[in-house]
Design a binder for this molecule. Structure first.
Ligand SMILES: *[C@@H]1O[C@H](CO)[C@@H](O)[C@H](O)[C@H]1NC(C)=O
Ligand SMILES: *[C@@H]1O[C@H](CO)[C@@H](O)[C@H](O)[C@H]1NC(C)=O
Ligand SMILES: *[C@@H]1O[C@H](CO)[C@@H](O)[C@H](O)[C@H]1NC(C)=O
Ligand SMILES: *[C@@H]1O[C@H](CO)[C@@H](O)[C@H](O)[C@H]1NC(C)=O
Ligand SMILES: *[C@@H]1O[C@H](CO)[C@@H](O)[C@H](O)[C@H]1NC(C)=O
Length: 631
């Protein structure tokens, strides 16, 4: 069952008496069937009660009408159409009623915003003798000043050569002349579809060179003369790619003319006055109708314009060279997990025991005290330490058994050591994989910087803890501005220092592929802070928004967008997974040196303690002697 309502608004300005015409109600219910999904009927008429009643009774028989509410209200009730589902409304207005002109003028955006209209001419329709042309004049006069443009669906009926023809009236833009086209012919209770497609946008796609004021962003003068070519793609790649796509759309799809206006920024509100500048300002203050450069949706822009998805990625990212692994981790520890530790210790323990036992057996031949024998055996066991650390054996092997023991231990441990060293060497060359999120980046030792483009302003707007911390890290403490470097400078810093650079990836990658060598490129990592979806935007209530929206999706479907992206936007350059042997840095051996330093420190402390102890013992002895000598 349809949840359906019919609002009958009787605009009772005058009571005109006409004979009831059953054909008119049938025509209307057939039209409702024809248009589909039209479940709410709003009738703005000035008929007498009798006629309205009969009309309603007829309409009730139409399958989609279930509920009737009779109301007699004034003009401001246009607001009855403001429901969450305007697309379900069919509004019928009798233009022969006085006051209908005023009513239509009040409708404003409702004319083109999803609601479908039927202009009913009670007088004209009844007098079938009227010629089609005369009928058209009446209709055209009634919508003369109205925005029946873009997606508007405003139908009327006219009688031509004895047949009832359903037509729609529209204009390409508010300034243009009215135009009409045949939608269907009503014959024998059905409407024969005369449209070549149901989509309004497709039917009105050809804008016939309609000029559309479009704002284009450029950040350097070079771009002004290179909007249409593929030269030096790293420069202003986003504005130029957007332009090339829209140019194709205007020329080949919409047949419209781009009236270019140039601005230097995407547009931001002034801190104090709140006045918008740049491209957003142009749209907000109606200097232009469409944006020629894609932009990000932000909270403050959201309600100021209307958007359509742009089939081009807007990649703004942090790029950095992954630091050497030794910067972030203890590479000496990494080859050892728990089981390796356990096995190594077990090996050492077993070898030590075997050493001790073999030594003990050898000593059986000599006559030694039991105590001495144990000490000797412990010493032999201790000898495993120089063996395990590959420093040679202190033990003088006397028997063949001992020689074999030492040889096997040295050889076995040597293999362990060799594999450990090999592992360390590969780790020293490896990049760190520890920086995987903005949080890791903020917590790392990497210096942060931006490309100085105006959008970086949004760093200061972050409200989450990581974003606030990031803003602190990316600002220059002394000058209280963002760290900004031009592309060349930034990429050089990227290559030589621990640095993360925020910018348009296309621009950065072009410079990177010029200056980095193939192995270095493998170290490149990306992190996204701003969402990377670019939008096309138009003035609020711009009636051609849907034309652009569908056109842009067609550009994606036809592969135009993909081709442009691959020609204009530089991707992350490929790299060779070679090993670039590099000399050891102090930082690579940090942990080894820490151990050595700790050992030396410990030895010195022990030495000091021993000295103090011996001095103390001496002193005590001295004191006692002196004490004893006292008379
Ligand atoms: C109209 O419909 C009737 C029956 O539904 C049919 O007999 C008649 O031929 C139709 N007329 C035309 C002109 O199609
Ligand atoms: C574009 O519009 C112009 C002006 O009305 C017209 O002459 C031309 O044929 C149109 N082009 C296409 C491809 O429809
Ligand atoms: C760009 O061109 C304008 C005028 O065409 C000029 O005033 C401005 O100084 C130029 N900017 C640069 C950076 O060259
Ligand atoms: C890794 O170390 C080498 C030399 O020790 C140095 O040249 C290189 O810049 C370091 N890489 C990073 C990303 O810090
Ligand atoms: C634009 O359209 C919206 C509804 O989509 C409406 O609320 C608003 O009043 C319209 N603005 C103007 C200036 O017509």
């Amino acid at each position: 069952m349809f949840i359906t309502r019919v609002w009958i608004l009787l605009l009772c300005y005058s009571l005109v008496f006409f004979p009831t015409n059953s054909a008119s109600t049938e025509l209307l219910s057939d039209l409702m069937l024809f248009l589909k999904k039209q479940v709410k009927l709003a009738l703005f008429v000035c008929w007498d009660e009798d006629k309205s009643f009969k009309f309603l009774r007829k309409m009730l028989q139409a399958p989609q009408v279930h509920f009737v509410q009779l109301k007699s209200v004034a003009v401001e009730n246009i607001a009855i159409l403001d429901t969450p589902e305007p697309h379900q409304h069919l509004a019928v207005i009798d233009i022969s009623c006085p006051g209908s002109g005023k009513f239509l003028a009040e409708a404003q955006y409702r004319i083109y915003n999803k609601i479908r209209w039927v202009l009913w001419n009670e007088n004209g329709y009844e007098k079938k003798t009227n010629g089609g042309d005369e009928q058209e004049d009446v209709i055209f006069r009634s919508v003369a000043g109205l925005p029946v443009t873009g997606l508007s669906e405003v139908y009327y009926f006219s009688v031509e050569r004895g047949e009832t023809v359903i037509k729609d009236v529209y204009r390409r833009s508010v300034m243009m002349d009215l135009d009409s086209s045949v939608v269907g012919v009503w014959r024998n209770g059905t409407i024969e579809d005369k449209r070549w497609t149901q989509s309004v946008v497709m039917r009105r796609r050809n804008l016939q060179k309609l000029p559309i004021k479009t704002s284009l962003v450029y950040t350097i003068n070079y771009t002004l003369s290179h909007f249409g070519d593929f030269e030096n793609t790293g420069v202003d790649s986003i504005p130029r790619t957007s332009y090339l796509l829209l140019d194709t759309l205007f020329t080949y799809y919409l047949n419209a003319t781009m009236e270019k206006r140039f601005v230097t920024t995407w547009g931001y509100p002034d801190h104090t006055t709140g006045i918008w500048n740049g491209m957003s300002g142009e749209l907000i203050y109606h200097h232009s109708e469409a944006a020629g450069t894609m932009l990000r949706i932000t909270q403050n822009r959201l309600l100021k314009m209307e958007y359509a998805k742009m089939p081009i990625p807007l990649r703004i990212k942090f790029i950095f060279k992954a630091p050497n692994l030794s910067e972030t981790s203890n590479i000496f520890q990494m080859p050892f997990d728990f089981s390796v530790w356990m096995c190594t210790l077990a090996l050492v323990a077993i070898t030590a025991t075997v050493f001790a036992v073999v030594h003990g057996v050898l000593m059986l031949r000599r006559k030694n005290s039991i105590r001495n024998r144990y000490i000797e055996m412990l010493n032999a066991a201790y000898d495993i330490i120089p063996v395990a650390t590959q420093q040679g054996s202190l033990l003088k092997p006397k028997s063949l058994a001992q020689k074999i023991m030492i040889f096997v231990s040295l050889a076995g441990l040597m293999f362990i050591e060799v594999s450990f060293s090999a592992k360390i060497i590969s780790l020293i060359q490896a990049p760190s994989k520890k920086i995987n999120s903005i949080r890791n980046l903020v917590e790392s030792r990497l210096e942060l910087g931006t490309d100085g483009q105006p959008y970086n302003f949004y760093f200061s707007k972050a409200s989450d803890p990581v974003g606030i911390e990031l803003y602190k890290r990316i600002t220059n403490r002394n000058a209280d501005t963002l760290n900004a470097y031009d592309t060349e400078q930034g990429v050089r810093k990227l290559q030589t220092e621990l640095f993360a650079y925020h910018g348009f990836t296309s621009t950065l990658y072009q410079q990177i592929s010029r200056t980095f060598n193939d192995v270095e490129k493998c170290y490149l990592r990306e992190l996204t802070f701003f969402d990377s979806i670019g939008y096309f935007s138009v003035q609020l209530n711009f009636t051609l928004r849907e034309h652009f929206h569908i056109g842009l999706m067609k550009m994606l479907e036809a592969g135009v967008a993909t081709r442009l992206v691959s020609r204009m936007l530089n991707e992350k350059p490929g790299c060779t997974k070679g090993v670039m042997f590099r000399p050891l840095d102090l930082v690579d051996t940090r942990f080894a040196m820490e151990i050595a330093a700790f050992g030396i420190l410990e030895a010195v402390c022990l030495l000091l303690a021993e000295i103090v102890l011996s001095k103390y013992t001496l002193l005590k002895h001295l004191c006692r002697t002196m004490w004893n000598r006292l008379p």
